[in-house]
Design a protein around this ligand. Structure first.
Ligand SMILES: [Zn+2]
Ligand SMILES: [Zn+2]
Length: 242
């Protein structure tokens, strides 16, 4: 499986736009999140040779501006695109998708949205003392899975635990995305990184709201199995460190 990083806050190429939020393209057909700005997303898609006509669906992890920000512009350029959300997303989000010409699909439970590609179903977290609905993306390859998260507001270990219940006995080849550890204490981040190792995760790719401190800790604990995520990177899950 190929994962192209279309948007996040890191890049090794100064021609690419960076900013807050994430957008990842899976096997050229499924987009996960849209970053904070649609023009910037389209600019990067253009530079990274993304063929928008091949897009089959966009999965939105959760209803926060840094994940939905590019959606309306994307839909304006790709009318009728399937948009996978959660039932708990706001009425404003649903209205925006409809207005922009997207076809909204909302699920509470895990479902397969394309061959071997699944949404996790709604995992409720907390943000500013209010509940927030969020979903992750899961890609299945042989007996392994890759988990892709937006912000993991429910807690990254809880997200992984929930997905392991849905996919029992699977090895987790890669866990990547926002782990939301920016406001955690250093000792707690260490514990979380160790817990993720104990859960059998082979490779991690923390970015976005994982925060600099957490990324450094993950580098220490996972070594070469901590992948530096940056805009423009093309990841082949078959070529991850063994
Ligand atoms: Zn975020
Ligand atoms: Zn968020």
């Amino acid at each position: 499986m190929n994962i192209k990083i279309l948007f996040d806050n890191y890049s090794g190429n100064e021609r690419l736009r960076i900013g807050w939020g994430v957008s990842f393209l899976i096997d050229e057909t499924i987009l996960f999140d849209t970053g904070e700005n649609g023009d910037w997303l389209l600019h990067n898609m253009d530079l990274l040779n993304v063929d928008i006509s091949k897009l089959a669906a966009v999965v939105i992890s959760h209803d926060h501006w840094d994940h939905t920000g590019g959606l309306a512009t994307l839909l304006a350029n790709k009318n009728g695109l399937l948009v996978y959300g959660c039932e708990g997303f706001s009425p404003e989000f649903c209205a925006m998708v409809q207005h922009a010409g997207g076809k909204l699909m909302e699920y509470r439970h895990s479902i397969e949205i394309a061959p071997h590609i699944y949404v996790s179903g709604e995992i409720t977290g907390e943000y500013k003392q209010a509940p927030i609905s969020e979903q992750a993306l899961i890609v299945e390859e042989n007996n392994d899975i890759t988990i892709i998260t937006g912000c993991a507001h429910a807690g990254i270990c809880r997200v992984v635990g929930r997905i392991q219940e849905e996919f029992p006995g699977r090895e987790i080849r890669l866990l990547m995305g926002g782990f939301h550890l920016m406001t955690e204490q250093i000792a707690d981040i260490h514990k979380i990184a160790h817990d993720l190792r104990l859960l059998g995760i082979q490779n991690v790719g923390p970015t976005h709201c994982s925060g600099e401190a957490a990324i450094d800790i993950f580098k220490t604990i996972f070594g070469k199995h901590c992948i530096a995520i940056q805009t423009g990177l093309m990841l082949d899950t078959h070529r991850l460190p063994a």
